[in-house]
Design a protein around this ligand. Structure first.
Ligand SMILES: NC(=O)c1ccc[n+]([C@@H]2O[C@H](COP(=O)([O-])OP(=O)(O)OC[C@H]3O[C@@H](n4cnc5c(N)ncnc54)[C@H](OP(=O)(O)O)[C@@H]3O)[C@@H](O)[C@H]2O)c1
Length: 277
């Protein structure tokens, strides 16, 4: 177990997913984590009760002993939060941002100092230790700090290192990715009800189908297209279903969806860069 202290600026859904993974893996003791948010006292208390972590509303108290500062506020609140935190940030502390679209350069500009920053994009499956996370870092981050950040991110899933320029694409693909899957499941559940399956049976069948397909994709050397063809008997049921997906151009819709999300990530970054100037 590490002795370092971790401060969370922002304690919403992404922070909670990360904290639950960090604690479940004994990366640090719960009382080595301190959270802060803006207004929501009840939320802070809920997190303290649930995880045994600490909470504060005071930046000095939050940051004085922290060696890792996790930035987990929405992109539009980054400027406000960092401006308030700035007097307590120095180059010995590692900033680990999860904010969509916000570049390490923008964070450095707001702080006004050359400080180590890791920018990452996890997803909410961190809550069950299954986040698909990508990370990159600025040039002030040491090898030891990169290792620390990767270790921390790996307490709640997989973490890979990418070029920072790729992080907007990662955001559109895997950061937002769980939502696309849940959207699909919502539609599958609605369809199941329409064709006469009860909710409990339908949910069990859908979840196992998803988890089995994910396992096949992981374990089998075959491509997704080959695996799809193996399910699709000529003239059979799958073919009938897939024809409808093709007629609705679902493939194009999914591609457009991921491109739109990654473009939005770029725009969020540009908007804040303009505001920070
Ligand atoms: N959710 C995801 O799937 C996901 C995945 C990857 C990355 N992210 C990134 O994670 C970040 C947080 O997203 P989220 O979904 O966790 O948002 P969220 O649930 O809305 O949480 C945001 C948190 O930030 C706090 N906050 C707002 N302004 C603040 C300030 N000035 N100082 C301190 N705390 C402040 C809020 O506190 P109050 O409630 O008191 O206002 C709240 O605790 C975003 O940048 C997002 O891009 C999210």
């Amino acid at each position: 177990m590490k002795m370092r202290k971790i401060a969370f600026i922002g304690c919403g859904s992404m922070a909670e997913a990360m904290i639950s993974g960090i604690i479940a893996n004994n990366y640090v003791q719960a009382d080595q984590i301190t959270i802060m948010n803006k207004n929501n006292h009840e939320r802070r208390m809920e997190m303290v009760d649930k995880y045994g972590i600490r909470a504060t509303t005071d930046y000095h108290q939050l940051l004085q002993d922290a060696s890792i500062i996790v930035l987990a506020v929405k992109p539009q609140h980054i400027f406000e939060a960092l401006s308030a935190a700035k007097p307590f940030i120095n180059k010995k502390k590692l900033i680990l941002s999860v904010a969509a679209g916000i570049t390490t350069h923008t964070i450095e500009d707001i702080i006004g100092e050359a400080i180590p920053i890791v920018r990452s994009m996890p997803n909410t499956s961190a809550a069950v230790g299954k986040s698909a996370t990508a990370m990159s870092m600025n040039s002030h981050t040491s090898e030891r700090q990169i290792k620390t950040a990767k270790e921390l991110l790996e307490t709640f899933g997989n973490a890979i290192i990418v070029e920072e320029a790729q992080l907007d694409s990662v955001t559109g693909l895997s950061g937002s990715g769980p939502a696309y899957i849940y959207y699909l499941v919502e539609a599958m559940e609605e369809a199941a009800a329409k064709i006469g399956l009860d909710q409990t049976s339908a949910k069990a069948l859908i979840v196992q189908t998803l988890s089995g397909a994910a396992e096949m994709l992981q374990q089998s050397p075959k491509s997704p297209a080959t695996l799809r063809k193996e399910v699709t008997s000529p003239g059979g049921t799958t073919e009938a279903g897939l024809q409808v997906l093709q007629a609705h151009k679902v493939n194009e819709a999914i591609m457009d969806c991921i491109i739109a999300a990654s473009e939005k990530s770029k725009q969020l970054g540009k908007k804040l860069t303009a505001e920070a100037k």
